[in-house]
Design a protein around this ligand. Structure first.
Ligand SMILES: Cc1cc2nc3c(=O)[nH]c(=O)nc-3n(C[C@H](O)[C@H](O)[C@H](O)COP(=O)(O)OP(=O)(O)OC[C@H]3O[C@@H](n4cnc5c(N)ncnc54)[C@H](O)[C@@H]3O)c2cc1C
Length: 451
């Protein structure tokens, strides 16, 4: 049975706190199957991964999602990169001189359209405040710890479960077309080596020898950084496969689709339930994983989440010529476009538009992305089918997700993954399940919590 549904009245919450129940269960060395009820709010990759680890701990898990299936919003057609070594935040000193030209050019990788929205301006100011070397280095270090943990969990998952999501361990090439940016990438590589990244710097000839599909780009290549340990896959399939595991085994997770969460019902420092389009749902513990919609639900509780949507685009192009499409994932550093092979398609993703909250496709942006692919991999596709998509990255100014406790004892956060949700989802899901259970998380939470 999932979380209890009580449309007309709200029953009294559990007397025992969530952690004390778990500690008690742990001390008794009993199975967790009879333990606590957990409600996961949101079925994107963050919510699904959280549900997976709470389920693996033996809890009674229910997931509430307003759409009719998992991963239909930002986790649907993202870049597909499991980019464990490329977590450096957008907020860095090098971004400052690029901002004026980006503001002036319609085809800039980052676009800003001012809105009458105080949160947009607050986000921008906090972003600018984070654009200094010290903050960027600390953030990179923290994110690397989290992403390496995520990589370990992914490798454990794919070696223990038969799940099919076009997963490949294909490595990544970050291609630089400007000498200056290549030199600074080499410096970053040295910094990251001290944190455990294994990477190498290649000249243009070595780059094309490693990935022959880059032939057309060769005259523009100043150099590339190669990271053999990067993976790729289809995030939508990944979420569906995790859901399959959770719903076809014992103590199955209950997925309640078409349910819009409208309001948290809180009293005396605890959540008593959530009011939804399908009545009130109650549980012992709640995990908020609502992507860009999280701030709206938290604001009435007096909690501000510094998350703003950063719109991005993708194309999924059927591959026409095997040799024309890269096997290694490729990032065009200057244009901020990523390319990954997802099954028989080339997934191309890019653009970061700070342009309000409407998730509408801007045809001009799609055309720009098509032009990028035609210039980089002209033989990869016949460009008759594009499958354009846009999604809203739940971005925080510093680029770090917000995890863990809130001022409400039984409400936990797993939000704000920005451009790294697929990459970080397993680690953040595991960490939230651990801290909710009173266990020490494997990765220090400093920099990832609200306060
Ligand atoms: C163009 C693009 C490319 C990207 N490429 C990559 C990549 O290569 N690698 C990578 O790691 N990351 C990538 N990302 C980032 C990644 O996609 C996101 O970080 C991730 O999908 C966020 O997951 P989420 O679960 O937090 O949010 P979402 O996937 O948006 O999930 C939130 C869920 O909550 C539901 N919801 C919201 N409000 C309510 C409500 N009131 N009631 C009920 N349900 C609700 C939504 O319907 C949704 O299903 C990319 C993003 C974009 C846009």
């Amino acid at each position: 049975m999932g979380a209890s549904r009580c449309p007309t009245s709200l029953q009294r919450g559990n007397e025992l706190s969530f952690s004390s129940v778990l500690i008690c269960v742990h001390l008794c060395q009993k199975s967790f199957v009879t333990s606590v009820k957990v409600l996961i709010l949101g079925a994107g990759v963050a919510g699904v991964a959280s549900a997976y680890y709470f389920w693996r701990d033996g809890h009674e898990v229910t997931v509430l999602e307003r759409n009719e299936a998992v991963a239909l919003e930002t986790s649907f057609a993202n870049g597909g990169q499991l980019s464990y070594s490329y977590v450096a935040p957008l907020a860095s000193p090098s971004v400052i001189p690029k901002i004026p030209p980006w503001l002036l050019r319609r085809d800039a990788p980052l676009r800003f359209s001012p809105e009458l929205d105080i949160e947009q301006w607050r986000w921008c100011l906090e972003f600018l405040a984070a654009c200094n070397a010290k903050t960027a280095d600390i953030t990179t270090e923290r994110l690397l710890r989290l992403s390496f943990y995520s990589r370990d969990l992914m490798h454990e998952l794919v070696s223990t479960e038969a799940i099919e999501f076009e997963y490949v361990r294909n490595g990544k090439l970050v291609v630089h077309t400007e000498r200056e940016s290549f030199e600074s990438a080499r410096r970053l590589m040295a910094f990251q080596a001290s944190l455990g990244c294994e990477q190498s710097a290649l000249d243009a000839r070595e780059t094309v020898a490693l990935e022959p599909a880059l032939e057309a780009m060769a005259p523009r290549i100043a150099g590339a950084i190669y990271t053999p340990s990067e993976d790729a896959g289809d995030c939508w399939k990944f979420c569906n496969e995790l859901k399959r595991l959770m719903t076809t085994r014992s103590n199955p997770v209950a997925y309640r689709f078409g349910v819009e969460v409208e309001r948290h019902l809180a009293a005396q420092g605890r959540l008593l339930g959530v009011e939804t389009s399908a009545g009130v749902f109650e549980a012992d513990a709640y995990v908020l994983a609502l992507g860009t919609h999280a701030p709206t639900l938290m604001a009435p509780l007096g909690v501000r989440l510094p998350i703003y949507p950063l719109k991005g685009y993708s194309l999924s192009l059927p591959i026409a010529d095997e040799r024309g499409a890269p096997r290694i994932s490729v990032t065009d550093y200057r244009r901020k476009v990523v390319y990954a092979r997802i099954g028989g398609e080339l997934r191309v993703a890019g653009m970061a538009d700070l342009s309000g909250r409407q998730c509408h496709i801007d045809v001009e942006r799609v055309e720009q992305l098509v032009d990028e692919v035609k210039a980089a991999f002209p033989q990869a596709s016949d460009f008759r089918e594009l499958h354009p998509w846009c999604g809203m990255r739940p971005a925080t100014p510093r680029g770090t997700p917000i995890l863990g406790r809130t001022r409400y004892a039984n409400l936990w956060l797993n939000v704000g993954h920005g451009a790294l949700g697929f990459t970080l989802a397993l680690a953040t899901g595991r960490v939230v399940a651990d801290i909710a259970a009173g266990r020490e998380p494997r990765v220090p939470l400093e920099g990832f919590t609200l306060h």
